[in-house]
Write a protein that binds this ligand. Structure first.
Ligand code: ATP
Length: 230
C-alpha cells in the first residue's frame, strides 16, 4: 500500500523531486535519465513486475493505481515539484491521473499524449506540458530517412535545429564568406571536422566538404538549406 515518502530538501535548479507515473518504455527511460541527472524520482506503476524491475535504479518505486485519489494523497504527490503522466494507451487512466494531479496541486504536470485528440483533452484539463513523443520522433526520423538531414530537432512551433553535411560547393569557404544568415536565413551553431569533436562556429571557421554542421533557424529556412546538399 502506498505510504508518504520522505523527500530530500535543498532544491536544485529546476525540479528536484519528480514522480513518473507509468513505467512503460517511455516512463522508464525518462525516470532513469532523471536519476542520472541527480533528481529524486518516484516511479509509480500498477504492474508489480515493472515496480520490481525498477526498484534498484529509481529513488522510490511504488505499486499503485494512479487513478485512485487516496493512493496519490498517501504518497504525498502534491509535495513533488513535478509529475509526469507516462501512461499512453489507456486513455481513461491518463486523463484521470492528470486531472487528479492538477486537483491535488502538483506544481508542474507533464503528460504524454498518443494522439492529437488525447493531447487536446490534456491541454483542456490544464496540464502544463503536453508532449507527443511518438509523433515528434516520427517527424524527426522522417527528416533523417529522407536524407534531408543527419538529425533534426523541432525546438518550437517554427524553429528547428538540424545536423547536415557540408556540401562540396562550400569547400574551402569560411562562415564569413558564406553569409549564411543573410543568404539562407540560418545560423551555423557548430561544426565538426571528420575525426574530431564539435567546435562552436566562428566567422573564420573554414568549411571542408563532408564536415558536419549544426544549423538553426525557422523551419522552412533550415529545411531548404539542408536540401542544398542533395
Ligand atoms: P510505452 O511507454 O511502453 O510505450 P504505452 O504508451 O503503451 O507505454 P501504457 O502501456 O498504457 O502506455 O502505460 C504505460 C505504463 O503505465 C504501463 O506499465 C502500465 O502498467 C502503467 N499504468 C497504466 N495505467 C495505470 C494506472 N492507472 N496506475 C498506474 N500505472 C498505470
Amino acid at each position: 500500500m502506498a505510504s508518504r515518502l520522505k523527500l530530500r530538501t535543498g532544491k536544485k535548479h529546476g525540479a528536484s523531486t519528480i514522480a513518473v507515473i507509468g513505467l512503460g518504455r517511455f516512463g522508464t527511460a525518462l525516470a532513469l535519465e532523471l536519476v542520472k541527472t541527480g533528481r529524486e524520482v518516484l516511479g509509480i506503476d500498477s504492474d508489480e513486475r515493472l515496480v520490481q524491475s525498477n526498484a534498484e535504479a529509481l529513488t522510490h518505486v511504488v505499486q499503485a493505481d494512479s487513478t485512485d485519489e487516496s493512493s496519490l494523497r498517501e504518497l504525498g504527490i502534491a509535495e513533488f515539484d513535478s509529475a509526469v503522466v507516462a501512461i499512453g494507451s489507456d486513455l481513461e487512466a491518463s486523463i484521470l491521473t492528470a486531472s487528479l494531479l492538477l486537483q491535488l496541486g502538483v506544481p508542474e504536470v507533464w503528460a504524454k499524449a498518443t494522439s492529437v485528440s488525447h493531447g487536446r483533452i490534456l491541454e483542456q484539463l490544464g496540464v502544463h506540458h503536453v508532449i507527443f513523443p511518438e509523433m515528434d520522433m516520427g517527424k524527426r526520423v522522417a527528416h533523417m530517412v529522407s536524407g534531408e538531414s543527419l538529425d533534426y530537432i523541432q525546438l518550437d512551433e517554427d524553429f528547428v535545429m538540424a545536423k547536415t553535411e557540408v556540401p562540396d560547393s562550400f569547400d574551402g569557404k569560411t562562415l564569413a564568406d558564406m553569409k549564411f544568415r543573410s543568404n539562407h536565413g540560418v545560423t551555423v551553431v557548430a561544426t565538426r571536422k571528420q575525426g574530431s569533436s564539435y567546435m562552436p562556429s566562428f566567422p573564420e571557421t573554414v568549411l571542408s566538404a563532408g564536415d558536419v554542421m549544426i544549423v538553426s533557424g525557422r523551419t522552412s529556412k533550415v529545411e531548404d538549406f539542408c536540401r542544398m546538399g542533395w
